[in-house]
Write a protein that binds this ligand. Sequence first.
Ligand code: BG6
Ligand code: MG
Length: 210
Amino acid sequence: MKGIIFDLDGVIISTDKLHYKAWKKIADKLNIAFDEKINNRLRGVSRMDSLEIILEGYQGPALNKEEKEALADEKNACYVELLGTLHPDQMNPDVTDTLRYLREKGLKLAIGSSSKNTKYILHQLEIENLFDAVSDGTNITKSKPDPEVFIKAASFLELPEEECIVVEDAVAGIDAARSGHMRSVGIGDAYFYNQADYHIKTFSELKNLF
Ligand code: BG6
Ligand code: MG
């Protein structure tokens, strides 16, 4: 293995609560029941696909494409405002230590995230310099479980896919790695997913794998 591709949300930083708060605002406005359980289904899923999951509970008049896009934009505006509160102190120090350790070992590191806010999040956390490449929601046409985001990350690292391993917390992300012929490490939710090749409970366990 020469490269490691990290999912962002739920692997490098927990943004679950911020996504939840922003989607809750939209759900309340449309009188849709929305709880943490539904929020968990949004893990790794693109913004528009997340909206469709939330709209499963919608009982009002049908919404057209423009109305749906307006709702997604409104959610994102709220989410971006919340991201403004992100600060390097909120990073788990084990994550930054481990990333530095892996770089020192000579491994190339990339982000492979569906989020279009990836670069802003990395900037807020002041960790842009820890990654050699970023593949995110702004350079893909298909969301996870499609492997596009990881295939692009490998190409940005100038490495063949077989020499890259993916670290993911979402089932959709592990499936994406598999269909891109990459091995994967499951953490968080994906710790319990048997399709991952390796399973870790804490981020620093990556040190033992490399
Ligand atoms: C993923 C998150 O990383 O990014 C999803 O797990 C989110 O919950 C998706 O919907 C898209 O994020 P954004 O920031 O582009 O709305
Ligand atoms: Mg994730």
